[in-house]
Structure formats: C-alpha cells, structure tokens
Design a protein around this ligand. Structure first.
Ligand code: PLP
Length: 452
C-alpha cells in the first residue's frame, strides 16, 4: 500500500477504508463475496500490461504466449467445473458476457443464414444492399426474459440497457399466489410471441428454476435457450443445483459472472454447446476489447478453488444460511417473497413494515447492515424506491458464519426494520440513532469471531 500512498494518498486511504468497512459491517449484498488472497493477488501484476486481442493461439499481437497459457488454464478449469463442452473466459463483466452471448446467437441464427442465402462467407463480402437487409434483421428479433419485478436483470431485454434497444422484449413473471415462476404462463407467452431467444436466470428470485422445462418450451417454439447464472453460479459449481436445476446441460448457452457466489474476480464467462463455440469466440473484437490477462489468471484460480471438495460444502452452507435467515425473519413477523428461499438470497417485503426499500436500506446501513433495495413482484413503489430488501449469504458464509449467527442477524434486522418509522417522503425515515449505534456495535461484535 505504501507504493500506492506515495502516488496518491487518497487512493491508499480508500483501499484501507474499504477493507475496514468490509471487515466491520454485515455484508449481506447478494451479489458480493470475499475473494481469496490468491485470486486478489493474481490481479495485481504484469499480465495486466499485455495486449492479446483474439483467441488462444490466434492473436492479433505478438508475444502472447503467457496470456495463452493463462486463458487455456482458465478454460480447462471452467469446462471441468461446470461439465461444459466449451468455455470462453474473456468477458470483462456479466453485462459483457451477455452481450457476447446475444451476438453469438444473432450471428448463428440471423447472420449465418443471411450469408448462406447470398452465397458469401464473410459480411465484408456482402453488397451494401445485402448488408442493409441483414442489419435491419438484427434489430427485428424477439427475446423473452424474466420481468424486472419478478427478479430479472436489466440485460435481459430492458430498455435502459442495450439489450432492450436490440430486441423486442416480452417478460414472463411469477404467479402472484406463490411468488414462483408460472411455467404454464411462460409456455403460453412463448407460443404466442415466438421469441428468437428465451433467457432464464435472475438477480433477485429466491427459488430454484427448472431449466429442463424451460428448454422444452424453447424447443417447442424454436428459440435458443440462454441462461444467465451470474447469481447462482457458485451453487451450480458446488453441485447444490443439479439435474433439472443445473442450467449447463439444458441451455444452448450459459453466461455468468465470476465474482458473486462463485467467489472469483470481477468478470464474466460464457459456456456453450459446441455449435455456438465459433460465434462465441468472436466476442473479442465483436463486443469486447483486449482480454484482461490478470483477471483471466484470477478466474483460473477461482475455478480451480471451486473444484475443491470444500467448495461444495461452502455452496451448501450458503443455502443453509439463507434458509436460516429467511426462517429467522419470518418467525419474527417479516414477510419474505415466495415464503422462503432455495438459493443464496432472501427478498424481504418491507412494505409490511410500512417502509419503502429506500428507507429500509438506509436504516439498515446506519445500523451496520449492508443490503440493497430491490423491487418485489407487482411492486407498488417502482424500481427506484421499491418495496423490497434483497439479502444474500455468500459473503458471510465465506467468513464462516453459520445458521446460529443467521438467526442473530434476523433479530438485528427485524429490530431495525420494526423500529424505523416512515418519514415525509419515500426516502425519509426516523430511527433512533442510539438504537442504530447499538445494532451496529452488535454486528461488529458478531463478526469479531469470524476475522477476515
Ligand atoms: N446478470 C445478472 C443476472 C446479474 O445479476 C448481473 C449483476 O448484478 C449481471 C448480469 C451484470 O454483471 P456485471 O455487473 O459484472 O456486469
């Protein structure tokens, strides 16, 4: 840190403060974790300085032999970890992984037939008229993804994201009575809408998803089935989600982040069936710049770590903890979406405490509990204020907390939420600062037995 401090002390201070904050507060953000020292260290070195556009053994720059090694090892571990026929580890983030996947599908389903129709191998050989027709066809495709309030992600075809500008999107949601995916309704929508792509996966859905049924629906309507397992990749890697609930054998293409439940560096990856491999390989330079060699090195380590037997135990403990947290909240009077959880996250309906998600998020933060507000199904407060709080257990499980501690955390959260009073606006609230301070100290005390 001294080398950093010598250049800009404010950056050194921010790094040190971040470590302090992550040590002292209850990190319950469902998409966060604590990467291992090996993973963190693999990102701070000279691999970062190397340009290596292209793919393994086929680069647009000279001298890429070490990046070739790093990328090959990462691919080998990713394939073995997930039992996938093909892996691409260059995406810099989850959004990038999804962009690679969407363009791979468009290249496979729209571009390749258009090239065949005009008898050409490469888009550069097309006439201007042929190219204009193809470009129009790209912008005229349909996607079916999970609605945002049911837990879908912006990259699944929503207007603020490029995916919503690329695709004509329609959503599937959850059954209001159960809070769980209504597969019959999904099938009906797919039959009527006839999407090119059906997207499975979520950011804020607390249940298992039956990917076998979703693939069946995709096959019935001729759609390519993609799953974005960014949130639950650690549960797939740790074999908590198997059979119908493991997306890899069912989907044509799977995307993930590497930094959430999977506990690696910030980044993304794509797994696919062999027929899509060539198109996925064109991710760089189609939508990605030069790959980040240092991050691919860290991904290789994270995949290797996840192949160890301890990781399966970790993945099971994530789910045990999230179920204990949900039970602890419910028995104290909280309402959680769908009544419980099968995965790493719990969605609390804070409307039942008379609060918006925004008020609850800040009241919890003032009390040393870091969460994020999140829309719930049919949310009356919209996507900004929301009526939900999303909590997840991957990070605290890494620190070693177990089900007994989750019950204590449920008590702390319920105390804060039930003592917070809504204020004059959807962002304002009243919470006794002495209570917030007391809860914050209890949170730090609880964590002191689980050092980072
Ligand atoms: N996909 C899903 C399901 C996510 O939840 C997220 C992030 O939260 C992403 C993609 C985007 O990941 P990133 O922030 O790495 O771009």
């Amino acid at each position: 840190l001294e080398a950093v401090r010598a250049v800009e002390p404010r950056i050194a201070d921010a790094i040190a403060q971040e470590l302090h904050d992550q040590r002292e507060s209850l990190k319950l953000i469902a998409s966060e974790n604590y990467a291992s020292p090996a993973v963190l260290l693999a990102m701070g070195n000279w691999l970062s300085d190397k340009y290596a556009e292209g793919t393994i053994g086929r680069r647009f720059y000279a001298g890429c032999q070490n990046i070739d090694t790093v990328e090959s090892v990462a691919v080998e571990h990713a394939k073995a970890l997930f039992g996938a026929p093909y892996a691409y580890v260059q995406p810099h983030s989850g959004i990038d992984a999804n962009l690679v996947a969407y363009w791979a599908v468009l290249a496979d389903r729209i571009e390749a037939p258009a090239l065949a129709k005009v008898g050409k191998r490469n888009v550069n050989d097309m006439t201007d008229a042929e190219w204009a027709e193809l470009r129009a066809a790209f912008g005229n495709q349909r996607m079916l993804g999970m609605s945002l309030d049911a837990g879908g992600h912006l990259t699944h075809g929503f207007r603020p994201n490029i995916s919503g500008k690329m695709f004509d999107q329609r959503s599937y949601g959850v059954d209001p009575a159960t809070g769980q995916i209504d597969y019959a309704a999904l099938r009906e929508t797919a039959r009527e809408f006839k999407p090119l792509i059906i997207v499975g996966g979520y950011s804020a859905y607390p249940r298992k998803v039956n990917f076998r049924i979703m693939r069946e629906i995709a096959d019935e309507v001729g759609a390519t089935f993609m799953v974005d397992m960014a949130h639950f990749a650690g549960l797939v890697a740790g074999k908590v989600f198997t059979g119908d609930f493991d997306p890899v054998p069912h989907a044509h293409i799977v995307t993930t982040t590497t930094h959430k439940s999977l506990r690696g560096p910030r980044g993304g990856a794509v797994l696919c069936q062999p027929e899509l491999a060539d198109q996925v390989d064109r991710g760089c330079p189609m939508v990605l710049g030069g790959p980040l060699g240092h991050v691919m090195a860290a991904k290789a380590l994270a995949f290797a770590e996840a192949r160890q037997p301890e990781f399966a135990d970790y993945a099971q403990r994530i789910v045990d903890n999230s179920q204990a947290l949900a039970e602890g909240l419910v028995k104290r009077g909280a309402t959680v979406v769908s009544g419980g959880t099968d995965n790493h996250l719990v969605l609390i309906d804070v409307d039942k405490y008379g609060l918006t998600g925004r008020q609850a998020e800040q009241a919890l933060l003032d009390s040393g509990i870091v969460t994020n507000r999140n829309a719930i199904p049919q949310d009356p407060n919209g996507a900004w204020y929301t009526s939900g709080i999303r909590v997840g257990t991957p990070a605290l499980t890494t620190r070693g907390l177990g089900t007994a501690e989750m019950d204590q955390i449920a008590e702390l959260m319920h105390t804060v939420l039930s003592q917070t009073k809504a204020g004059a606006s959807k962002a304002k609230f009243d919470l006794d600062p002495a209570l917030a301070d007391r809860i914050s100290k209890q949170a730090t005390e609880l964590l002191s037995a689980f050092p980072l």
